[in-house]
Design a protein around this ligand. Structure first.
Ligand code: AMP
Length: 110
């Protein structure tokens, strides 16, 4: 069972801000910044290590497209993308996702 697959399948409700054939952007249920979204591929894979080449190309294209969503997401003044990859980074949902944080001045990150 994967919570993000259930969200993608509509079995678990979410606040969806964007959807295309390959991705959704939803509100994170537990905001760590004023704006906190998750960019999630519809295809289930755990992380960067088990991506196919096609997955990687789709993700790169999605990231290139992301700036065109920034005003409707309230991110005009900047945002931060984070991938928690594996246990040491605190990945808790084993379906690749990118956190999108913004809507305020964020603490300085490494
Ligand atoms: P990570 O710790 O990087 O794996 O991030 C998982 C994220 O998924 C956390 O920020 C959670 O708050 C978020 N999350 C878990 N369940 C849901 C859900 N049902 N809807 C939206 N976000 C969720």
């Amino acid at each position: 069972m994967c919570v993000f697959c259930d969200i993608i399948d509509g079995k678990i409700p979410s606040k969806k801000h964007f959807e295309n054939n390959d991705f959704i952007v939803i509100d994170d249920i537990s905001h760590k910044a004023k704006k906190h979204y998750l960019l999630i591929p519809k295809k289930h894979y755990v992380g960067l290590f088990d991506q196919s080449e096609d997955d990687a190309i789709k993700l790169a294209k999605m990231l290139r497209f992301l700036p065109s969503l920034q005003s409707e997401l309230g991110l005009e003044d900047g945002y931060r993308l984070i991938i928690n990859q594996g246990g040491n980074a605190g990945q808790s949902v084993m379906h690749l996702h990118i956190h999108i944080l913004g809507g305020e001045i964020l603490p300085i990150a490494p």
